[in-house]
Design a binder for this molecule. Structure first.
Ligand code: MTE
Ligand code: MO
Length: 324
C-alpha cells in the first residue's frame, strides 16, 4: 500500500492511490447516498465487497454478475482471501502462498486438453478468456480443515469446455493436472505431496453447471496465490478438489488417482463432497469457521450438506459414507 504523509505529519493511505479510480468514484457516490439515507442493505453489502477489492493490484476482469449464483452472505474480505491460502507448491503455511507466489509466471500459459475427446486442443490464456462469457459467481468454498470463505469468482461453467472438445463415449472421468515447476515453485522441492498436484471429477460432476473454470476473483484476474491464471472451483466439494494453476486436462476411462488420495487414502476419498455426517478420521466435519468471523465469542457455523448446494441428484443411490 502506498502511504502518503499528510500535511499534519500523520501517515495516511491516500485512497485515490490504493483504489482503482472507478471504485473511488463509486465510493464517493455511495458516501453521498449514505448521508442522504437512500442506500439499501443490499447495496451496502455490495459496497463492502467493492471496498474489499479496492485492495487489488491485478488487472481488472469484466464479468456479468450471474444472479442465479448470488449468495446473501457477506463476501470474505479480499485481504483474507488472498493471504490465507492453501497452495502447497509455495509452502504449507497459510501465509506462504501470498509471500512466495510472485515467482509464478502466468504468461505465456497454455492448457492442453486431451484423452478421450474427439477434438483435443491446446488453449492459451487469451483463448480461455474468450471461450465463453465471463460471469461473476459468489460461491462458498469450504476447506477440509474446517474453515470457509465466500468469494466472488469470475469464470464460466467447465461444461463450456466439455462441449467444445466433444468427449468420446469412453470418457467417464476428468483429470486436472497442475503446474509443478521447481524453478517457480519453492514447495515443489518438498515431499509433502506427489507432484504435480492432480485432482479429478466424474464427468457428470465436471459437466454440472456449478463447476466453474475460474479465471478471476473480486473483479480481477486471479492473484497468483489463488491459482493464477486458471483454476477450478467446485463449490460443493472440499477445497482441495479445486485445483489451482491447471496446465493439463485429461478425459479418461478410469477413476484417476488424486494427490490427496495418494498421500492419505483413508482421509481423502475421490468424492470429497462436503458432508457434515462423515467425519474426517482425525476431526469432525460438523461445523466450520468462516474466515473473518474469528472473534473470541464467534460461534462456528454448522456445515451444510454439499456445502449448501443442490447437487444431491448426482449421488442418488450412492452410499456417501463409503464414497467419501
Ligand atoms: N495446485 C494446487 N491446488 C490447490 C491446492 C494446492 O496445494 N495446490 N490446495 C487446495 C486446497 S486444500 C484448498 S482449501 C484450496 C484453497 O483455495 P484458496 O487459497 O484460493 O482459498 O485450493 C486447493 N487447490
Ligand atoms: Mo483445503
Amino acid at each position: 500500500m502506498l502511504i502518503k504523509r499528510s500535511p499534519n505529519g500523520i501517515d495516511l493511505p491516500f485512497s485515490s492511490e490504493i483504489t482503482p479510480r472507478e471504485v473511488f468514484e463509486h465510493r464517493r457516490t455511495f458516501m453521498r447516498q449514505m448521508a442522504a439515507g437512500t442506500v439499501a442493505g443490499g447495496a451496502l453489502l455490495e459496497m463492502l465487497s467493492r471496498e474489499a477489492f479496492a485492495q487489488g493490484v491485478n488487472p481488472k476482469l469484466a464479468a456479468r454478475a450471474n444472479a442465479a449464483y448470488a449468495l446473501a452472505e457477506k463476501h470474505t474480505a479480499y485481504k483474507d482471501a488472498t493471504t490465507y491460502n492453501n497452495f502447497y507448491e509455495f509452502g504449507t503455511d497459510k501465509a506462504d502462498p501470498a509471500e512466495n507466489a510472485h515467482t509464478l509466471r502466468t504468461r505465456p500459459w497454455t492448457v492442453s486438453i486431451e484423452g478421450e475427446v474427439k477434438k483435443p486442443m491446446t488453449l492459451d490464456l487469451d483463448a480461455l478468456l474468450k471461450l465463453a462469457p465471463l460471469e461473476e459467481r459468489v460461491y462458498r468454498l469450504r476447506c477440509v480443515e474446517g474453515w470457509s470463505m465466500v468469494i466472488p469468482w469470475v469464470g464460466y461453467s467447465f461444461a463450456e469446455i466439455i462441449k467444445r472438445v466433444e468427449p468420446t463415449g469412453n470418457a467417464k472421468y476428468v483429470e486436472f493436472i497442475t503446474l509443478a515447476d521447481r524453478k517457480q515453485m519453492p514447495g515443489v522441492g518438498s515431499r509433502v505431496l506427489d507432484w504435480p498436484y492432480t485432482e479429478g471429477l466424474r464427468i457428470d460432476e465436471a459437466n454440472h453447471p456449478l463447476t466453474l473454470l475460474t479465471l478471476g476473483m473480486y473483479g480481477e484476474t486471479l492473484p497468483n496465490q489463488n491459482g493464477a491464471p486458471v483454476r477450478l472451483v467446485v463449490p460443493w466439494k472440499y477445497g482441495f478438489k479445486s485445483a489451482k494453476s491447471i496446465v493439463k486436462i485429461r478425459f479418461v476411462r478410469d477413476m484417476p488417482r488424486t494427490s490427496w488420495n495418494r498421500s492419505a487414502p483413508s482421509e481423502y476419498g475421490f468424492y470429497s463432497n462436503v458432508n457434515p455426517n462423515v467425519d474426517h478420521p482425525r476431526w469432525s466435519q460438523a461445523t466450520e469457521r468462516r474466515i473473518g468471523e474469528d472473534g473470541f465469542l464467534t460461534r462456528k457455523r454448522k456445515t451444510l450438506m454439499f456445502n449448501g448446494y443442490d447437487v444431491a441428484s448426482l449421488y442418488a443411490g450412492m452410499d456417501l459414507k463409503k464414497n467419501f
